[in-house]
Design a protein around this ligand. Structure first.
Ligand SMILES: [Zn+2]
Length: 133
């Protein structure tokens, strides 16, 4: 809960700053990307962001949330892959969503078998698009 509210404040800060800088009335649409390895409750975030924006007087007609797919890169051979490339069950996906740290114990590089890999995408949260009214 705390995490989502803090995130909502940060997103609202950005949108408010942008709106003031450009001297606009508000936004028609804002698109927010959420990394699939982030343990964010989307509905809680939507609710808190809506509240924070209202409180700050930043009008956003449409709030869109999209997934940013996780991408991994092997430190040994340099191969990159996504979760779709691996044969993993939904229960594991769910576990990874809540505890990103478990990824190293669940899988390894599909090319060379190394467990020494890094997450290159899928942990971030960013505003992909903000369209003024
Ligand atoms: Zn590898």
């Amino acid at each position: 809960m705390v995490h989502e509210w803090a995130l909502a404040e940060a997103i609202a800060d950005y949108l408010q700053g942008l709106m003031r800088r450009e001297g606009r009335e508000g936004f028609r649409r804002a698109v927010i990307r959420l990394g699939t390895l982030q343990s964010i409750d989307r509905e809680v975030l939507r609710f808190s962001l809506t509240e924070v924006l209202k409180y700050r007087g930043v009008a956003v007609e449409e709030l869109v949330f999209r997934d940013e797919e996780a991408v991994f890169r092997c430190r040994r051979c340099g191969a990159t892959w996504t979760l779709k490339d691996l044969d993993i069950g939904d229960d594991v996906r769910e576990a990874m969503h809540f505890i990103p740290e478990v990824i190293h114990s669940y899988f390894k590089c599909p090319k060379c078998g190394s467990r020494d890999f890094e997450v290159v995408r899928g942990r971030g949260v960013y505003i992909e698009e903000a369209v003024f009214k």
